[in-house]
Design a protein around this ligand. Structure first.
Ligand SMILES: Cc1cc2nc3c(=O)[nH]c(=O)nc-3n(C[C@H](O)[C@H](O)[C@H](O)COP(=O)(O)OP(=O)(O)OC[C@H]3O[C@@H](n4cnc5c(N)ncnc54)[C@H](O)[C@@H]3O)c2cc1C
Length: 499
């Protein structure tokens, strides 16, 4: 069997692993980034709604099993260099200060993190630099304090979204410019197209982990091993250290030997890899918490139509609304966040509505305002990832904190009708829409209730870290990628990963 040696092996090259590789690129350590997928090809199909949403050209994950029904489903994960960020929507908000504290929600307490907002704030600034975030502070009433300006100003609304913002503002609400990771710098590559959210970027203008972190890391000497699936981690006889990652590369077995290992395979695959390792209950699982507290957000696709008016917007993702995010003037409990979807096209929804005639879908999407609504879900012991006896991944998922989500949908329905959009269509996302997956290997001070220490090092193994969304103790109600990135920068600096 081929053996590859290095100082630090990072397994998974998404937002967590990719950022960490970047942060360690000049550390003096020999860093190996191990990725099961390949580079996502740059090709015309990147921007074809039919290729992406009907033919599912870039959905290359195996089926997982819904444990409540036994039915297989296609998860929202993408195995490529850059992981899920290759198709992400590039909305890059910070979590709010309150998201790091015990926060009372409809369905109980959303637990505090072992890291406060103030502790993470300097790393948010650095993450915004790394991901070239475009934002303009001041419009969002829930915005946390910041110690540095955004690197670049926010993208302005196009006229029809500016008009919508105006109509929403007249209702006493505070629409703001959404912080985005697309390259609109002087001479930047972003052309403000309609194919951002859910699509790969054909011109590399999106701040995905591949473009912003991995390519510069590789240029600086980090080694990248693609098409290499890590099957299990092997431990020393005392079970206190990982000795090797046993993998398959292009189908051939390979043994990766390192001083230190970091698992960054995404929330579900990180749990699955550790559950497959170590025998019995899995590796790093003395707490019994591995795989548990799986969170994905409660989410709804919300489409508002005025049949008399076209929406001429091309790049729609400029608006956000957080008036119902925290208790205050407009709500007594957290309801969630509103953000815009990339402009829907007939083919984007054809897969979900195959029976609908294409001309009708075209009529609707030419006029629709397309919104994504997100409510925090609460970590629960029974929402969990398991590895089934046949080796497949199983997911136990019962949504919680749904009442605030229903209220959010109701409030937004009223708001959009008042703004002049009489027809409302909504669809709540199910188990397969796990794009915002987090939890499953939660960090904390107490080894009895958490899998890793606050610095990502596992409580049980001396040379094993975790560095991705699985560390999140709560999901907040906002997009996770910037927080995963900031947390990876913190782990790179604060942990003893580099001896
Ligand atoms: C359609 C879509 C839109 C999104 N939009 C946004 C957005 O606008 N804003 C935002 O903040 N977030 C968004 N997200 C979520 C965001 O992409 C994720 O939160 C983020 O990528 C998670 O980072 P991660 O490091 O935890 O995992 P991932 O990015 O999923 O990376 C995990 C990596 O590990 C690799 N891997 C898995 N198992 C193994 C193994 N056994 N061996 C080797 N490699 C392995 C995978 O191939 C992958 O590359 C979106 C996601 C999707 C799918």
């Amino acid at each position: 069997m081929e053996t590859i040696t290095c100082d630090i092996a990072i397994i998974g090259s998404g937002m967590g692993g990719g950022t960490l590789a970047w942060a360690l690129r000049n550390s003096g350590a020999d860093v190996l980034l191990v990725e099961r997928g390949d580079r996502l090809p740059s090709e015309p199909q990147n921007w074809s709604a039919k290729s992406v949403f009907v033919d599912l050209r870039y959905k290359n994950a195996e089926k997982w099993i819904d444990e409540s029904t036994g039915a297989p489903f296609t998860p929202g994960v993408h195995y490529y260099v850059g992981g899920n960020t290759k198709v992400f929507g590039a909305c890059l908000p910070r979590f709010r200060k309150e998201d790091f504290e015990d926060l009372e929600t409809f369905d109980g307490i959303s637990p505090a993190w072992p890291v406060s907002y103030a502790q993470l704030e300097p790393y948010y600034c650095r993450a915004e630099e790394l991901l070239a975030v475009h934002g303009t502070p001041g419009g969002d009433p829930t915005e946390p304090p910041r110690s540095a300006a955004y690197p670049y100003p926010a993208l302005e609304h196009e006229p029809d979204i500016a008009d919508l913002a105006d109509r929403i503002g007249k209702q006493g609400l505070h629409p703001f410019l959404m912080p985005m990771g697309v390259d609109r710098r002087e001479g930047g590559r972003c052309i403000r197209c309609a194919t951002c959210d859910g699509y790969p970027c054909q011109v590399d203008a999106k701040s995905d982990a591949d473009v912003r972190a991995i390519r510069p890391a590789v240029d600086a000497g980090v080694r990248l091993l693609t098409r290499t699936h890590v099957d299990t981690l092997e431990t020393a006889p005392d079970g206190r250290t990982v000795t090797a990652a046993l993998a398959h590369r292009n189908g051939e077995p390979v043994r990766i030997v390192a001083q230190r290992f970091v698992v960054a395979a995404g929330s579900v695959n990180t749990a699955a890899l550790l559950l497959r390792s170590g025998g019995g209950d899995g590796l790093a699982n003395s707490s019994g918490q591995l795989g548990r507290r799986y969170m994905v957000h409660n989410s709804t696709f919300f489409v508002a139509v005025d049949p008399r008016r076209k929406n001429r917007t091309v790049f729609q993702k400029t608006l956000g609304l957080n008036d119902w995010y925290l208790p205050g003037e407009h709500t007594d409990i957290p309801l969630g966040n509103l953000q815009m979807l990339g402009k829907l096209q007939a083919d984007s929804i054809k897969a979900a509505r195959p029976w609908a005639p294409s001309p009708a879908l075209r009529f609707m999407t030419n006029r629709s305002i397309d919104v994504y609504l997100t409510t925090e879900d609460i970590p629960n012991q029974e929402n969990r990832v398991v590895v089934r006896p046949d080796g497949k991944i199983g997911v136990h998922w019962t949504p919680n904190n749904m009442e605030p989500h229903r209220r959010l949908v109701k409030n937004v329905t009223t708001m959009m009708r008042r703004a002049g959009y009489p027809l409302i269509f909504t669809e709540r996302m199910g188990i397969e829409t796990n794009s915002h997956q987090c939890g499953t290997a939660v960090m904390g001070e107490d080894p009895a209730t958490s899998v890793t220490r606050p610095d990502g090092r596992t409580h049980d193994l001396e040379n094993l870290w975790i560095c991705d969304g699985s560390l999140f103790p709560s999901s907040a109600g906002l997009n996770p990628a910037l927080t995963i990135c900031a947390n990876a920068l913190r782990i790179a600096e604060q942990s003893e990963l580099v001896a």
